[in-house]
Design a protein around this ligand. Structure first.
Ligand SMILES: Cc1ncc(COP(=O)(O)O)c(C=O)c1O
Length: 423
């Protein structure tokens, strides 16, 4: 995209984004007024973990002050309060994903936990020698390794769809790799390394036509896009609370109810049982069958508040704002001499990955940090993506609703400083 096109796009997005009050949003996030190394914090690492609004911090604190008890088991008031917060968050997650039935929502530790659950419960019980699991080259390690483990356990085979030079999944190759042996397709909605938005709805339809089920890794989509699991028609959708302004250690696995019903438990323990004798254990109904042990109740309470917070925003306006900042970042950072953008997909959100001639990303990251600018450098848990572009690492600026064009100006000043030191 040339600069004139970017500017035209920015103007259009600004016009669309007028409803979005970024100053107000920034005021909701206390940490954004933090000083680091004596400089105001410029946080450009939200794909790694997002910052938390006061509403989430307060909800977590309130849980410990007023509701700390275990869920589902006691008759006292605190336990009732804890259970209401926990089940309330489940209902909010169901509404957030338009899942319909809250029983299709399993509360997990996060995206990684959700994918491992599906791989070990659904995958391990279904897959046979020679069956195929289709992944894309863009996947996060969390959407690769669990499938490698289950493939080793069952004799199934991994098939990997290549990506093109823009960082888009090759759709012709995807269709070619799907076969009657394909049992599972596991694909990211949005790439954490490059920001590519995959056409998951069309990919799901193609997989279904071959009789395969589809898991969508929504870790990077949930903070940016409106997700409708019924419209996508996916079989499983996983996400992490901490990427969408909630606490760490909490996530969601949405599962198509009839699939969840048919799946064996993932882990055994408290809360996932209906009755236990030494002869036979009867399992609880879904989703509790998949929620063994005492969960992160405070985190789930905070997650409920994060969903409320996100839902209180005009999501279209928020996305238009983020798109504006991403287009601005793409134009401004590209103009820094020696910068090469990695990942120029036609559909992108939230992420700008790049390399800078003469400076290793880690060194650049350290110098940026000294300027108060937090970015992530490295392979972003997506080593195959780095290998595809023959680079060891990138510098990644990742955006959220609270970022501004001024943050990008600070990044560009920081990159000039890196150049001064290294060139
Ligand atoms: C696309 C994607 N999938 C999976 C994960 C793993 O998420 P978590 O560490 O919250 O389980 C991440 C985290 O960066 C991610 O970006």
């Amino acid at each position: 995209m040339n600069t004139a096109m970017v500017n035209a796009e920015c103007r259009m997005q600004n016009a669309k984004g007028l409803a979005f009050d970024v100053a107000k949003v920034r005021g909701d996030f206390p940490i954004l007024s933090e000083m680091v190394h004596g400089k105001p914090l410029v946080y450009l690492d939200s794909a790694n973990t997002s910052q938390k609004p006061l509403a989430v911090i307060t909800a977590t604190d309130d849980y410990y002050r007023h509701a700390n008890g275990n869920i589902h088991r006691a008759t006292h008031l605190l336990s009732e309060r804890a259970t209401a917060l926990y089940e309330g968050a489940r209902a909010k997650a169901a509404a957030f994903l338009n899942a319909g039935d809250p029983r299709s929502i399993v509360l997990t530790k996060g995206t990684t936990d959700g994918i491992n659950l599906v791989a070990q419960s659904y995958g391990r019980s279904l897959l046979e020698r020679g069956d195929e699991i289709v992944l894309s080259w863009l996947e996060h390690h969390s959407n690769i390794v669990p499938w490698q483990i289950v493939a080793e356990q069952t004799g199934a085979i991994l098939k990997v769809v290549p990506i093109n030079d823009r960082g888009e999944v090759e759709q012709d190759e995807y269709e070619r790799l799907l076969s009657d042996r394909t049992k599972i397709v596991a694909v990211g909605h949005v790439s954490n390394a490059l920001g590519t938005i995959n056409p998951v709805k069309a990919m799901i339809a193609k997989a279904h036509a071959r009789g395969a089920v589809v898991l969508v890794d929504g870790a990077q989509a949930a903070p940016h896009l409106v997700i409708d699991v019924q419209d996508l028609d996916c079989d499983f959708y996983v996400l992490s609370s901490h990427k969408m302004f909630g606490p760490t250690g909490v996530g969601v696995l949405y599962g198509r109810p009839r699939l969840l019903e048919s799946m064996p438990p993932y882990q055994g323990g408290g809360d996932m049982i209906a009755s236990v004798t030494f002869e036979k254990t009867m399992y609880n109904q879904v989703p509790y069958k998949f929620e063994a042990g005492t969960p992160n109740i405070a985190g789930v309470a905070g997650f409920g508040a994060a969903i409320d917070y996100l839902s209180s925003l005009d999501r279209d306006a928020a996305l238009a704002h983020e798109d504006d900042v991403l287009a601005y970042a793409t134009a401004q950072v590209s103009a820094v001499p020696g910068v090469h953008i990695v990942g120029e997909a036609r559909e992108k959100t939230g992420v700008l990955s790049f390399v800078l001639d003469g400076a290793h990303p880690h060194d650049a990251g350290t110098i940026l940090d000294q300027q108060g600018i937090a970015v992530r450098t490295g392979q972003h848990c997506a080593q195959p993506v780095m290998d595809r572009f023959c680079i060891p690492a990138t510098i990644r600026a990742s955006l959220a609703i609270y970022n501004t064009r001024e943050d990008i100006d600070a990044l560009v000043r920081g990159l000039h400083k890196v150049r001064e030191i290294f060139t």
